[in-house]
Design a protein around this ligand. Structure first.
Ligand code: ARG
Ligand code: ZN
Length: 874
């Protein structure tokens, strides 16, 4: 049955304190939960207490020390109902038995390489004990863990350590943890196992010394330095930027190798997919280092935006996720180059969120209905949610934005709240009405903004006509105009921004114009020369902009715009226009000739001393195949798109080979550092190599093979390997074997080996993937392996996933069915790679549909996969 936002009801009972006594055992863990319960105001006498469960088996239940008669309750694996609870506050004790070693879903309590760990968001706590498993139930937790002292020397839970000891006369020991901050059940966590500890300390702004620990498998201690450094920088940054300090005396991070998502912000005990903790130059790329920095920050920032202030219900997920993604993006911008970070974030938004918003899985940033909440940890909730917060800042300005956030922390600390309450803080602190702005949370679909301009030399006026529209979204009948903050500049022929005399037809403050009607005409007066309009600077709103700029105007902006983001955007637009044109030529069997304009832009970017290397690398990266498909929108032929992109790539490689070679040869030597500067130089050198590899220059494949052999870091080694394999160069097989031999004992490095082969645009890719599923190092129960091999094939290899013989779809569909039995979350995530199937040309979309129907016809599908397949086919 669908869960609906409009059906939200206040809880009938509260749980004030929870005492968990957990006796750990691989197959028979006993959980005794003692809770103090009270009715909430207005709950009528005799209202039954219904506690959530999932796959639980009940051992006993007591109220106020007295065992309950069978007739007084009903228990099933999914629910425990106490028929007539006392009117006065009472103590309920519930005992359950669970089997962590059989928990393949990785929700609730499970084992990863022998270590006990938990994942409770969104509804995993009910797999540990019967509970009111909803985020508006805030309780103070005390957790006692007991386990074999030899097997589990480390015992961790939320909060501060209160007590440890031996269980007399046994080989077991225990630890008691107390978390003074009331929290919802989804933030509960425990870890128990034999782990190494990497300790450090941090002194807060107000002088409290906090113990910091990262727990990892023995032998991996040396791989935690970057994560620890990122944590300390995050803690300092949140104090300096938002005035937010840490609030416990210890902060623990645990890295595990089997994890459904990236990481989890459990209070005082963050649990991480080890991919976002472990790094050294030998096994991690620059991108891995940047991801670790961002994810460590993200989870740490949740301590305030998520934990201290949490969500009333799961429809409000973006309240914590959108805001926390915004915060981690800002952190990375401050640590690195703001423009480069913005470009990377917008690329991600366009490649993941825009297709989601344009397909059958489209939903608002705050959905109004769901069948399975785990399917709403999406790019829309996270990334578009962050864009909405960013727009709020853009509209209000930095001071008013900060004042609104301060009010939010002051007013709602310790609460489970809503988007309305969040927006009200900004209304109250700024005096602005955010009624129309709130549509961003409620309307799905990416708005399309059309912009046309006209210059009147006689009047010296410049007119901008704007139109907005939201394309049709399944189930969304009517839409209203959004308020769209557009950052802009009127660029004069020298590249300088003009300051217009006055503006008619829109509110403009500074360089931000508010476009808030369906159609709007804006006139700028006293504009002495015809300007070029640079619009949506820094990607100020998550909309698709259709601006009719001539090739000359785009070339001009690519060279002269003072906004680095829009310089990059102009290059992308030029390339995209050409790629779309080339794709249709290829489909019509017409001769293909890429335009030279883009080559000139590349040339001038490469020789522009004012641009940093990372930005050059971004500018030289053509729109991805999926981005081009998205732009074309219908009747998509992935092979034609790929040919178009390759023809432009090879034109650039040939035309610029001299310059490219210089850059490759200048790539940084000496000791590796993950900092933004050398990472940017490596990105540029490897981008240059990517083009150079398809030039006519002699010795190309020897050069790539040599870069592979001599690389002193994973970034360069993987870039060269990818080129060798994806271009099927002579040394590809040899390099794959060498990589395998070098990294076979490191699971995370081997993920890259699987991924490189899964994303190779070669006609045997589906067979290679199928064969690799039998490789001894492939493990279908490890989510990272499934993502490296199957997910990256399905979403990172468009020509082979969508092969006209249907073998790509078939492989993925069969894998979804097999994985679904074991881990529904991983299966349903893999299944979302079909989301753009209707945009494919008829033959391929028919093949995709029959693969989806095949999945749909399976009767034992999990709720997760059922939900995705139904919506995808609807
Ligand atoms: N709150 C976590 C994060 O953003 C994600 C956890 C999602 N887990 C899930 N099972 N859906 O950082
Ligand atoms: Zn998060």
């Amino acid at each position: 049955p669908a869960i609906r936002l409009e059906d939200y009801q206040l809880p009938r009972y509260r749980i004030e304190t929870v005492f968990l006594d957990i006796n750990l055992d691989p197959t028979e863990t006993r959980v005794c939960t003692r809770m103090s319960l009270a009715r909430t105001a207005g709950t009528p006498d005799g209202t039954p207490l219904e506690l959530d469960g999932d796959d639980l088996s009940l051992t006993s239940v007591q109220i106020d020390g007295v065992p309950l008669e069978c007739s007084a309750y009903e228990a099933s694996p999914e629910k425990l109902t106490i028929k007539a609870p006392p009117a006065a506050p009472f103590e309920l004790i519930v005992e359950t038995v669970i089997n962590p070693s059989a928990n393949t879903q990785l929700m609730g309590l499970y084992q990863s390489s022998g270590t006990y760990c938990t994942q409770c968001e969104a509804e995993g706590f009910r797999r540990i004990t019967y509970f009111l498993d909803r985020p508006d139930i805030l309780s103070v937790y005390t957790t006692r863990l007991e386990a074999l002292a030899n097997n589990c020397p480390v015992l961790l839970a939320n909060g501060n350590l209160a007590e440890t000891g031996r269980v007399e006369g046994t080989d077991r020991h225990f630890a008691v943890w107390h978390d003074p901050h009331p929290k919802p059940a989804y933030l509960f966590a425990l870890v128990a196992g034999d782990l190494a500890k990497v300790p450090d300390r941090f002194t807060t702004r107000s002088g409290t010394s906090v113990e910091l620990n990262i727990y990892v498998e023995h032998g991996k201690e040396g791989l935690c330095g970057w994560a620890m450094d990122s944590l300390k920088r995050s803690m300092r940054w949140d104090e300096e930027t938002f005035g937010l300090e840490y609030d416990l005396s210890v902060f623990n991070i645990v890295a595990v190798s089997d994890f459904n998502m990236g990481a989890m912000e459990n209070k005082g005990l963050n649990i991480f997919n080890d991919k976002y903790v472990l790094a050294d130059p030998e096994t991690a790329t620059d991108q891995d280092y940047a991801n670790i920095e961002a994810v460590i920050a993200h989870e740490y920032f949740h301590n305030w935006t998520g934990n201290r202030i949490t969500c009333r219900d799961w429809f409000q997920l973006c309240l914590k996720e959108g805001l926390t993604v915004f915060r981690d993006q800002e952190f990375s911008s401050d640590m690195r180059s703001r423009a480069v970070k913005r470009i990377a974030d917008v690329r991600l938004l366009k490649s993941h969120q825009f297709p989601e918003d344009a397909g059958p899985l489209a939903h608002p940033v705050r959905p109004r209905t769901y069948h399975e909440i785990n399917n709403f940890y999406t790019a829309t909730v996270y990334e578009k949610g962050a864009e909405v917060v960013r727009m709020l800042k853009t509209m209000l300005g930095p001071e008013a934005f900060r004042a609104g956030l301060d009010l939010y922390f002051e007013r709602h600390d310790g609460e489970a709240t809503t988007i309305e309450a969040f927006l009200k803080c900004f209304e109250d602190s700024s005096g602005r009405d955010l009624g129309q702005f709130s549509l961003w949370y409620d309307q799905a679909g990416t708005p399309v903004v059309a912009a046309e301009t006209e210059y009147d030399p006689a009047r010296q006026s410049f007119t901008l006509s704007l139109t907005q529209e939201i394309p049709p979204v399944p189930g969304q009948k009517t839409t209203r105009a959004n308020v769209i903050p557009l950052r802009f500049g009127l660029v004069d022929p020298n590249g300088t921004d003009l300051t217009p005399g006055s503006v008619d037809g829109a509110t403009v403050s500074g360089d931000v114009l508010l476009f808030d009607q369906q159609h709007q005409t804006v006139t700028f007066k006293n504009v002495p020369v015809p300007p070029v309009l640079s619009l949506q600077r820094a990607f100020s709103a998550p909309v698709r902009l259709n601006q009719k700029l001539s090739e000359d105007e785009l070339l001009f902006l690519a060279r002269k715009d003072s906004d680095p983001f829009n310089r990059w955007q102009a290059v992308q637009t030029l390339a995209m226009q050409d790629l779309v044109r080339l794709t249709s030529a290829i489909r019509a069997h017409q001769p293909v000739s890429p335009s030279e304009g883009i080559i000139d832009v590349f040339r001038s970017i490469l020789s522009d001393g004012s641009l940093d290397a990372a930005l050059k690398a971004q500018a030289l990266t053509l729109p991805g195949e999926a981005d081009i498909a998205q732009e074309i929108g219908k009747d998509v032929d992935p092979d034609a798109i790929r040919s178009a992109r390759e023809s432009l790539r090879s034109l650039a490689g040939k035309a610029l080979s001299g310059q490219l070679l210089q850059i490759i040869e200048a790539s940084p030597a000496g000791a590796y550092s993950p900092d933004a500067e050398p990472a940017g130089q490596r990105a540029l050198a490897n981008r240059a190599l990517h083009y150079f590899a398809v030039s006519d220059a002699s010795g190309v494949s020897a050069l790539v093979a040599d870069r592979f052999k001599t690389a002193n870091n994973m970034t360069d080694r993987l870039a060269a390997l990818t080129l060798l394999v994806h271009s099927n160069l002579p040394r590809a097989a040899e390099a794959l074997a060498a990589f395998h031999d070098r990294h076979q004992s490191n699971s995370l490095a081997m993920d890259k080996w699987f991924m490189t082969q899964a994303t190779a645009p070669l006609k045997d890719a589906a067979q290679v993937v199928a064969r690799l599923m039998d490789h001894p190092l492939y493990d279908p129960s490890n989510p990272n392996k499934v993502r490296a091999l199957l997910q990256s094939f399905a979403s990172g290899n468009p020509t082979q996933f969508a092969r006209v013989d249907g073998s790509g779809f078939k492989l993925v569909a069969e894998s979804v069915l097999a994985i679904d039995k074991r881990n529904p979350q991983v299966a349903s995530r893999l299944l979302t790679s079909f989301r753009s199937w209707r945009a494919l040309e008829p033959q391929r979309s028919a093949l995709a549909e029959s693969a989806l129907l095949r999945i749909s016809s399976c009767e034992e599908l999990s709720r997760d996969s059922r939900d995705i397949v139904d919506r995808t086919l609807q």
